[in-house]
Design a protein around this ligand. Structure first.
Ligand SMILES: [Zn+2]
Length: 229
């Protein structure tokens, strides 16, 4: 605990005074632009990676960056998504997996989970990735399998995400974009799922372009027309 208390003291002494005004403005309201769903892994630090200020990211973390499908499992993550979309009206949801993920490694080695029944049950929501990987014909090295599994898990969780009514409605009206990313711890790189291309592509921060994992808004025009009328 000593390490935590010392860290808090450093924050109060060096960081807080400089950002006092930011924290004052945030004291009674928040308006984050992005819901960032990622793994609980201690090596993933969303605010650090994106140079984000307090109030910018609504972060939800769990083992394996998982979103259970709607109605199957009322969970903290599903409640957080509903709140972020309906109340905070976030513009983006990012589901972000990462390299060397313990949850994904456990999927590759189910025997390791027999004495961890809660983790085992939770990772059922990632079965989608294992099943897709089983269809990849070519032989892959364990490292390649892990990478593909991590990517397929992100794609599978994006599909689960779309089963939530609040998310489906916000996408349909063009008010929400969803993105699937994988963060590489060792190289500080992000690969993003490009739905059009059907594959992950390396994000180029210089270009400012972000591949789209969102189906197009379906009745954006008719909604505007209805509002105008
Ligand atoms: Zn992980």
């Amino acid at each position: 605990m000593k390490r935590l208390i010392e860290g808090f003291e450093l924050f109060r002494r060096d960081v807080f005074p400089v950002q006092r005004e930011v924290f004052r403005q945030l004291a009674d309201k928040q308006s984050p632009h992005t819901l960032f769903i990622t793994c609980a892994d201690s090596r993933i630090m969303p605010e650090m990676i994106f140079s984000a200020q307090p109030g910018e990211l609504f972060v939800y973390r769990n083992i394996g960056n998982i979103v259970p499908p709607y109605a199957q499992h009322v969970s903290g993550v599903v409640a957080a998504i509903e709140y972020a979309v309906k109340v905070l009206k976030v513009k983006n949801i990012v589901i972000c997996g990462h390299s060397d993920c313990g949850a994904m490694k456990a999927l590759m080695n189910p025997a390791a989970l027999v004495d961890k029944p809660s983790v085992q049950a939770w990772l059922k929501h990632a079965d989608v990735a294992s099943y897709v990987i089983a269809e990849y014909g070519a032989a892959m090295t364990p490292l390649e399998t892990l990478r593909r599994l991590t990517e397929e898990n992100v794609v599978g969780q994006l599909e689960h995400l779309r089963t939530l009514p609040a998310v489906a409605a916000a996408i349909a009206t063009g008010n929400l974009g969803i993105h699937g990313w994988v963060y590489d711890i060792e190289h500080a790189e992000i690969s993003a799922f490009d739905a059009q291309a059907g594959k992950f592509v390396t994000l180029d921060p210089q270009s400012g372009e972000v591949p789209e994992a969102t189906p197009h808004a379906r009745f954006l025009n008719s909604v505007s027309t209805a509002n105008a009328a």
